[in-house]
Design a binder for this molecule. Structure first.
Ligand code: UDP
Length: 138
């Protein structure tokens, strides 16, 4: 077990629906610590770098369009096993698999507009924190 940092981001649909407060509250109640946060409209360059692993997927263009369509709430969270526990709290990517009680299971019905992003590994977390907040936080 280790204290980790992860990158979480409330996507434009979540910001528009005014669920920032609920989502931050879930992670605080679980026992995680918010280390950094900002509300920004991502540039296309940052969005494409963030989702670089999906660059050859058919949904890549729409994904970048969506993530740059309005403000996102970018966050760094710290705590015990926060990378994997945050993924469980987010819920599955596919709406048919995201359980009620998870963030996506409570708020999302489409695979594209699914409210939240969370790093899926220690390597992704380090890369994403550096991309959005600079390497000194990663
Ligand atoms: N996505 C999509 N269509 C798909 C698969 C993924 O629009 O068929 C989007 C969705 O917003 C997802 C993001 O691409 O959150 C990244 O996909 P990934 O498989 O990494 O899922 P995540 O880690 O976000 O659960």
């Amino acid at each position: 077990m280790a204290i980790e940092k992860t990158y979480l981001m409330i996507k434009p649909d979540g910001v528009k629906r005014q669920v920032i407060g609920d989502i931050v509250d879930r992670f605080e109640r679980r026992g995680f610590e918010l280390k950094a946060a900002k509300l920004i409209v991502p540039s296309r360059e940052v969005a494409e770098a963030h989702y670089a692993e999906h660059a050859d997927k058919p949904f890549f263009g729409e994904l970048v369009d969506f993530i740059t369509s309005g403000p996102v709430f970018a966050m760094v969270w710290e705590g015990e096993s926060v990378i994997s526990l945050a993924r469980i709290m987010m819920g599955a990517t596919k709406p048919s698999e995201s359980q009620p009680g998870t963030i996506r299971g409570d708020y999302a019905v489409t695979i594209s507009e699914n409210v939240i992003h969370g790093s899926d590994s220690a390597e992704s977390a380090e890369r994403e924190i550096a991309l959005w907040f600079g390497s000194e936080l990663a």
